[in-house]
Structures are given as structure tokens and as C-alpha cells.
Design a protein around this ligand. Structure first.
Ligand SMILES: [Zn+2]
Length: 84
């Protein structure tokens, strides 16, 4: 799902954060560029692959053995627990 707060890939292949979804359009913020927002047609967006992304800040998680660690916010995921 493309929802506010999630990450997506825009038509140019860039990673973006979804700010708002409304009336078939999405407003996104380009990752790594403060304040730059762009509007696209919702149908033009692709859902981002989130397996290696931090759910808090979207930074790429670093893999350490069976753990994933976010270098940005400190989020930690131990994959030995696994999804429910
Ligand atoms: Zn993070």
C-alpha cells in the first residue's frame, strides 16, 4: 500500500516518502532533500521494497549476522524473532 508515512518509488526511480494521498494523486518528499515535495498521479507510483528499510526513518538498514541495525536512528531488528 502507498500510504502517508510509507516509502515509495517515483516515476523517475527515486526513493520518496509519501506525505499525502488524495484524489488519485500523491504528494511525496524526495529522500535526502529537505522541503522538496512533488505531486504525482497515484497510478504512476510504485511501492518501495521495504525489507531493508528502517520503518522509522527510511534509512537503509545494515545487516549484522541475524540483526538489522539502522545507522540513522538506532532502530534494531532481530530477525530470530521473525514476523508473527
Ligand atoms: Zn532509522
Amino acid at each position: 500500500m502507498i500510504k502517508p508515512g510509507r516509502y515509495a518509488v517515483d516515476p523517475l526511480g527515486r526513493s520518496v516518502r509519501v506525505l499525502e494521498v488524495k484524489d488519485g494523486t500523491v504528494i511525496v518528499r524526495l529522500a535526502g532533500s529537505y522541503g522538496a515535495t512533488v505531486r504525482y498521479a497515484l497510478s504512476a507510483m510504485r511501492e518501495a521494497r521495504v525489507e531493508n528499510r528502517c520503518p522509522n526513518c527510511g534509512e537503509t538498514l545494515q545487516q549484522r549476522r541475524c540483526k538489522q541495525h539502522c545507522p540513522s536512528c538506532g532502530y534494531f531488528d532481530d530477525c530470530s524473532i521473525g514476523p508473527a
